[in-house]
Design a protein around this ligand. Sequence first.
Ligand code: C2E
Ligand code: MG
Ligand code: MG
Length: 263
Amino acid sequence: MPDRSDAHHAVWLSGEFVAAEGRGELSIAYQPIVELATSRVVGAEALLRWTHATSGAVSPDTFIGFAEPEGLLSGPGAFALQTALDDLASWRANSRAARDLFVSVNVSPTQLDSPGLVTDLKQAVDQRGMAQRDLHLELTETAPPPGPGAVQALHDLHSHGFHIAIDDFGTGYSSLLRVQNLPCDSLKIDRAFTAGLPDDTACRAIVASSLALAHGMSLGTVAEGIETVEQRNHLHQAGCDLGQGYLFGRPVDAATFRATHLD
Ligand code: C2E
Ligand code: MG
Ligand code: MG
């Protein structure tokens, strides 16, 4: 149970978060997603960052943790989508290596419920001369299950050619049901399972069965949280297509991403 001061701090922090976008305190960091066979960078995950004027950097686990259930992610979520598309357009204009790159953006179920989302996203990629498949939308397993409106939006997005990824696969209590019921193109294996590779028997079994499930449903696979060469080798040999983690690069700002991964 939080004491009074913790509760007071939480209320204060969520009020500050509401004002964060207007104050220019939000930004996006990008982490490379690589092809495990070649280590070529094929994508970038956009990760929201909040640097509060006096408290400094607030961890996403903290602010997403309260903003998602309180329904405060519509504005910041739209900011993440627009910024990621703008940065992809700018990378493509300046670097041949970005020609086939995709950006992957986390979306919360409440964001999917907003009217006009599908039309807005289609317009946003068209205006920048991109294809729908250049934008991957990550739906986390730990967020509340999407309601009927959000599920319909996912079907619309999928039928328009946007790539849908199930994030943190295996951590939600309804993982298999979601894969059965939601349109999706790829599974992202949670870093909790990568962390136990290659030695932990349970992690090896969970990863192997997640990959078998994905392959059986013709879905792409991305492993999160790869920190060692042994983890990378194990995942590659087990048939995982793509990977992400500190071994390949930490999340960095758009200019550093370009200089480090695209030049
Ligand atoms: P996620 O989408 O699963 O993102 C991956 C998280 O793992 C990131 O944490 C990343 O920094 C971290 N990570 C990547 N590689 C490694 C590694 O090798 N080792 C370890 N220990 N960690 C690694 P981050 O940036 O703190 O984000 C946390 C979560 O916040 C994200 O998890 C995502 O669920 C959520 N999030 C971030 N940005 C957004 C957003 O724009 N919208 C929504 N709805 N959620 C977001
Ligand atoms: Mg993600
Ligand atoms: Mg994840």
